[in-house]
Write a protein that binds this ligand. Sequence first.
Ligand code: URA
Length: 241
Amino acid sequence: MMRLDRFLAINKYGTRQDVKKMIRAGRVAVDGQAVRSPEYKLDEETAEVTVDGRIISYEKNHYLMLYKPAGCVSSTYEKGERSVLSYINEAYADDLFPVGRLDKDTQGLLLLTDDGVLAHQLLSPSKHVDKRYYVELEKEVSEDAVKKFQEGIDIGDEDRTMPAVLEFTSHPRHVYVTLHEGRYHQIKRMFEALDNRVAYLKRISMKELVLDEALKPGEYRKLTEEEIKKLKYGGGLCGSH
Ligand code: URA
């Protein structure tokens, strides 16, 4: 159940104050009956809400891709730190949480959603969801690092890292790394184990979801229906994965 003013606000009909005015003015109806009380409770999944006679479709869940800038934390609240959620200017922002974490100094793709089922699917260690990063290092990366990444590296945990893919670029200190797991500071620790240091780290993709190049750090956009489907069902036809 949800209040009528909240229902309209999260569906982008204005601020809480705006929508209260609309409701009091008699412009809003629920299941065909005008409702003038902003506190009116409705079942958001089944009620038919209209504004000026037009039906509003309810978005059950929200999915945003944020280009996380450096200098903010992925947790929703941490004393004295700026949260990634502070970049989100939506009425439903408080319901969102980041799917996985990036370090404070790491930039790039961060999926924010209120869909706990999808978040669980993507974060479950057994699912081995691919995450691709662009990495700039302090020193050149040697050829044999590819094999080491493939074989797994001892970064001081109980187990070595799972096979990861290292790809070179035309620059000797710039590479791409694809991980199938996500341990604390994993890429930084992998390169430290090879006597190198990460100078810049940016996540490019997660599963099929690729950071939109049109976004600047701190900007976000909604996922398209296609992107949501691919994350949920692994691309192709629904459920065919
Ligand atoms: N690896 C890291 O070291 N940091 C991140 O934020 C992500 C992967």
